[in-house]
Design a protein around this ligand. Structure first.
Ligand SMILES: Nc1ncnc2c1ncn2[C@@H]1O[C@H](COP(=O)(O)OP(=O)(O)OP(=O)(O)O)[C@@H](O)[C@H]1O
Ligand SMILES: [Mg+2]
Length: 140
């Protein structure tokens, strides 16, 4: 985790198997945790967060997977009404490719992340990397 981010008021940390099923599990866990924190599953905050978790987790298990290594999902409620989503995978040797190719069948995940998140980025870790995204908890 980045040292510079503000102390969260609540936090979920889960290690999840790096499989397609694990990616779905991540989305489900996020929905459940957010409901616990008062954001209903069919509300705007939860739906946006679920899309983000689904895309980042799908990327972690397809592009960031190291056999036998789990990925990590963190959800952090930050002061100033921000939800921070962090998905960490074990691969440090692959960079994210953020390019738009009109004819490409793939490469939509990070475009969706850019559209949905207020801000997002990638942070290196000792092992692997963390792809993070933040959304506002205040409905527009
Ligand atoms: N966690 C990750 N680890 C390593 N490389 C990644 C990771 N996430 C994304 N990438 C790289 O960035 C590219 C773009 O990611 P993006 O999610 O936009 O597209 P995609 O996963 O290839 O396709 P789609 O999400 O549309 O199914 C990927 O093809 C991959 O090369
Ligand atoms: Mg993707």
């Amino acid at each position: 985790m980045n040292a510079e981010i503000t102390t969260p008021t609540a936090e979920l940390v889960q290690h999840i198997r790096a499989t397609p099923r694990g990616a779905r599990v991540a989305r489900h866990l996020a929905a459940e945790q957010l409901a616990d924190w008062g954001y209903p599953q069919d509300g705007e905050v939860s739906e946006t967060a679920q899309h983000l978790v689904a895309e980042l987790a799908a990327n972690a298990v397809t592009h960031g997977r190291v056999p036998g290594r789990a990925f990590e999902l963190r959800l952090l409620l930050l002061p100033e009404d921000t939800l921070r989503i962090e998905v960490s995978d074990a691969r440090g040797d692959r960079k994210l490719r953020y390019v738009t190719e009109p004819d490409s069948e793939s490469g939509r995940g990070l475009i969706l992340v850019t559209l949905l998140a207020r801000t997002w980025g990638v942070a290196e870790r000792d092992v692997g990397k963390t792809v993070w995204a933040e959304i506002s908890l205040i409905l527009k």
